[in-house]
Design a protein around this ligand. Structure first.
Ligand code: LLP
Length: 463
């Protein structure tokens, strides 16, 4: 079997996995602030509210399913990262987690930079007015057209991912009469996920140039010789949904080791290092993420210490959080369609979306929380599996969760922490229409990405 669990949600089994909570929470109406956006609460009738609006009103106005995004929370988290790293470092929001023009404007206003990894993300960033010099362009197979567009636009950096790309970008920049600022992405032999990291393996993947065997040093050597490139630094990204800083420690040690080699061989100290993204968030109450200021302090200390030991001046650090900024700021609002108890097993709760709006459970065995949103309830808890409306038994949104025993068709339920990698990975499977993203703030709500329509579907199908 080729399938393997994604570390973002490894606890998976047919009924309840070992170590999983086996008892229902004391109060099913309680909302753990770790997993819900900051302005989420309940009104006097127990109805979930966000940004001062109740979800029944949101469902009426915008329909379900819908991603409901707390703008104030997004801005606060973006600002917290910016402030934590201060003026000696740069925060690049990873657009792959979720990108829209409103998000680009918020980032711009809050002083963050943006990491894009395709022509589409670059187009979104530029069309919303992100200054090109605050954009980093990533990807392991950027097309010549994408590279040309990025160079012409004047992006602040292109992160080079292979020997071929070093030559390709240099050639395109030179032919446009430009010198492109670049970082070289290396694989340091560290892979970190959740509570653990593994060093020495994990160079067997498509991204970056391995440090092993002097390949990364050779890449730098070649890039330094090319007139079209200005090599500004080294990039390393070690994984996703990371809680344990020790993987970053080993990565920083190895990146700084390369900076020292470069200094010794070429007599230059590269001015920047990027340690990527991957910082974890809470999907359930079991997860314990760190605050941006703790992460900033830890990373800065690691890099400073390593550089002192190598007698290098400390380079400017950048980081690329995506999930940690947008993930907790949104929840998905669904309407319950059917409630099907299976004797001795659990109750299947079918909602009006599913794997087309959240593929993470099916793809990575990711875990989510869920709550009854349209009312409070004192009913006894029942063990549920929240499933979608797709023609596939793996169409699961929340594998195991307790919901009130009086749950019924027409109730609204909300799945928190769906801001990252849900809308951005949404599909049209079964020609189900992708939900809108609704931003709420200070008692107002507006659509920032509209719901897909059947006209949208048919427009692409040219018959
Ligand atoms: N920088 C680079 C170079 C990356 O490849 C990524 C994520 C990030 C930053 C942002 O990572 P974050 O802070 O958001 O974890 N679809 C998967 C996650 C894929 C992440 C890919 N790269 C998921 O849903 O868990």
């Amino acid at each position: 079997m080729s399938r393997s669990a994604h570390p973002a949600g490894p606890r998976h089994a047919d009924v309840l996995p070992e170590g999983h909570y086996s008892a229902p929470p004391a109060d099913l109406n309680a909302l753990d602030p770790k997993v819900w956006a900051r302005t989420v609460g309940r009104d006097e009738h127990g109805v979930l509210t966000v940004g001062g609006i109740d979800v029944k009103q949101l469902a009426e106005e915008f329909g379900t399913p819908a991603y409901i995004l707390d703008e104030a929370d997004f801005r606060a988290r973006a600002r917290a990262w910016r402030t934590a790293f201060g003026s000696d470092a740069d925060v690049f929001y990873a657009g792959k987690a979720f990108l829209s023009r409103a998000v680009v404007r918020w980032l711009h206003e809050e002083g963050l930079n943006l990491d894009v990894c395709s022509g589409g993300e670059l187009a979104t960033a530029l069309s919303a007015g992100m200054p090109a010099d605050r954009i980093a362009f990533h990807g392991n197979n950027k097309s010549p057209a994408e590279i040309e567009r990025a160079v012409r636009a004047g992006v602040g950096r292109i992160v080079l991912d292979s020997f071929q790309e070093i030559v390709r970008v240099a050639h395109i920049a030179q032919s446009l009469g430009k010198r492109q600022r670049v970082q070289i992405r290396i694989t340091v032999g560290v892979e970190a996920h959740t509570h653990e990291f593994i060093a020495t393996a994990h160079e067997d993947q498509k991204f970056g140039i391995p440090l092993a065997g002097g390949q990364a040093a050779e890449a730098v050597r070649r890039a330094l010789q090319l007139d079209g490139l200005e090599v500004i630094g080294i990039h390393s990204h070690i994984g996703s949904q990371i809680f344990d800083m020790s993987g970053f420690e080993v990565a920083a040690h190895r990146v700084v080791g390369l900076l020292r080699e470069i200094r010794d061989e070429h007599g230059i100290e590269l001015p920047e290092i990027d340690l990527g993204g991957g910082l974890g968030i809470a999907y359930t109450s079991d997860d314990d993420p760190r605050e941006p200021h703790e992460i900033a302090k830890a990373l800065t200390e690691i890099v400073t210490r390593e550089c002192e030991a190598a007698r290098l001046s400390t380079p400017r650090i950048s980081v690329e959080p995506g999930r940690a900024i947008v993930g907790p700021t949104a929840f998905t609002l669904y309407e319950v369609g059917t409630v099907k108890p299976l004797e001795g097993l659990r109750t299947y709760v079918s909602v009006d979306g599913g794997m087309s709006d959240n593929i993470r459970t099916a793809l990575y065995d990711a875990e989510y929380s869920v709550a009854l949103a349209s009312r409070g309830s004192d009913a006894e808890p029942m063990l549920c599996r929240v499933v979608g409306k797709h023609c596939e038994s793996g169409d699961i949104v929340v594998r195991d969760a307790f919901l009130p025993g009086d749950l019924a068709p027409g109730d609204l339920i909300a799945v928190p922490a769906t801001g990252a990698y849900c809308r951005s990975m949404a599909s049209n499977y079964n020609h189900v229409l992708r939900p809108p993203v609704v931003a709420v703030d200070g008692g107002g709500a507006r659509v920032i990405v509209r719901r897909e329509t059947e006209e949208d579907l048919l427009r692409l199908d040219v018959g």
